[in-house]
Design a protein around this ligand. Sequence first.
Ligand code: SF4
Length: 729
Amino acid sequence: MITAPAMTFREWDGPLTTDLVREPAKFGLGQVPSRLVPDATTKAICGFCSTGCGLKIHLKDGEAINLTPDPDYPVNLGTACPKGWEALTVLDAPDRATMPLLHGQPVDWDTALKYFCEKMREILDKHGPEAAAFLSTGQIMFEEMAFLGALAKFGMGMLHGDGNTRQCMATAVTAYKESFGFDAPPFTYADFEESDVLVFVGANPCIAHPIMWQRVLQNKRNPKIIVIDPRTTETAMAATQHYAIKPKSDLTLLYGIAHLIIREGGLDAAFIRENTNGFEDFEKFVADFTPDRVAEETGISTECLAHFAKTIIAGTPRVSFWWTMGVNQGHQATRTAQAIINLALMTGNIGKPGTGANSITGQCNAMGSRLFSNTTNLLGGHDFKNPRHREKIAAATGIPVERIPDRPSLAYDQIIKAADEGAVKAIWFVATNPSHSWIDQNEMNRILDKLDFLVVQDMYCTTETAKRAHLVLPAAGWGEKEGCFINSERRIGYSPKVCRAPGQALADFHIFRLIAHYWGCEEMFRGWQTPEAVFRVLQRCTEDQPCDITGIEGHAQVRKLGGIQWPAKRMTNDEWRMTNERRLFEDGKFFTPDKRAKFVFDAPVEPPEQRSVEFPLILMTGRGTSAQWHTETRTGKSAVLAKMMPEELMLDLNVDDAKRLGIRDGAEVRVIAKRAELTVKVRLTSCVKPGEVYLPMHDARVNQLTHASFDPHSRQPSYKHSAVRVVAK
Ligand code: SF4
């Protein structure tokens, strides 16, 4: 067991362990990447969710003392959710990692870094480049995540690396790539305000993206709001139409709606003809999705299906489709996302104000991860397998082309499987907590405990994963370092350093620079001395890609303009500077070779784990409240946020099921799956239907119950369909 060192180094500003760490410039490592800003107020981007709200940070003597939402930032327009308001508080938690910990004991950085490099080198030398992997995060700045990906793969010679974005956005990435030719969410947040109909599929923005929901509330077009969700969520309660489908029957429903739109003549035939491929085959495919069949399989009446289809039929001026985890975390997630894209394409709802097939991202820098993590894609949305792309990235980064692998990484679940089989022997986790968050948790922890070397680099030394680590590297958090995030609408935003990290914790960026030095590959990264220098490198990597950002002058311009959406290409007339809100595909041209979007589809199949006599209920998991964030590594540290969330884990159980089982409101029950069981209190509700139960994901025990299945295309885990039974205690 690892325990936090007894001493706390808050505001510790004395010398670090070695001259190398204290005065990196002496060693050609550049300066510590950022300095406190001296102004009375400075601006930052929130480091929790993908909304990317602007915050004003108020400083005294160069140190942050408070924050308020930024009224001038085009994303949040002066509002913030509880997490954003408490962003500074959680930095002061007593369990911050303040020193490196080796087998639970505090050590200096010199010892930690030497051990890290010796151990990783030993494993890679003995077992080859597939024997060590990194698992990154959507929580660090994109200059940092690019450095991690480049260091691990090009510098240290690892082949495999992925991120916790696999749990979140992999499906949207895969769906967009296949349908549009590039991972390209087309929208801008103004679309929330400019739609006549908003369709939310598996999304509960009232809780998960509350500031986006504020933008919906500012829509002056009296919009119809359609929610597709098995649960009567807060968003469903505010909707004009709610379709409470059977869990994971969304793909069938969406094909059924496509069938009805075709039958009722609601197509935008000109758009389909001029801008898409594959519609004829799709039309034949959905002919089988008759209203009677779809009603039977989804639980939605034929009358309701007809009403839904009529609401979004071509002729309604502006329809936008929005999805998030209810879609992305499914066993057929990619095809479900593409079924949404197909509806937008067939009704011509794309590339115009108030339209789009729009994936809402999860983490503050999930979009940055999609472009720059160097995991399954080569930097800038390139392909490891393409020799021209490798040459281009070698030229853009100055890294020898022979250092760039010619194949992509395994996906997250495949890395874990390889660890179970003994092929992967070391994993380096950065700012993520899979011992809590990964599906079928006991199995995950069993495999983590088999590793020869488990490294966790994080702000806190008490996460479930850090407690299992052989080595913990203490990292600075948001506000204690600088760099850029990319939000859901592709907006690059800059966040400065406004506080000192506690103890000897260092910015992830600086940790990567030190590892490059100790590994002996710092020469390869001589142009990567500051986050802004890496920003320049990454700009070159994007040249002539759909995400081209070569026209941005640097961090200062990102700050000055209130963020900049990609693309922001270098052009003689700099067209993109004319507006701060831009959407993609306004010309009907997509990123496929022939510039046409593609209809992609597959037959629905049953979720892998079904109800049975022994396990008659379907468990769904997801967000609890707007005050909670993922594994609560940060939000669990705020007394203010604690007042806004339930004191303990509560199971949502339908009142009819409760009567049948003889369970009263507030009673303790056992929730039993094939894999594990846990004891919780019950909240009786009609927000879940009979036969279905719901648990928020923020309690460390919940993923002991979830069944590990994965979308075959995106490899994203499905958290929305596990079979359980509930028994009174
Ligand atoms: Fe931060 Fe997201 Fe809340 Fe905005 S909505 S304040 S980005 S957590």
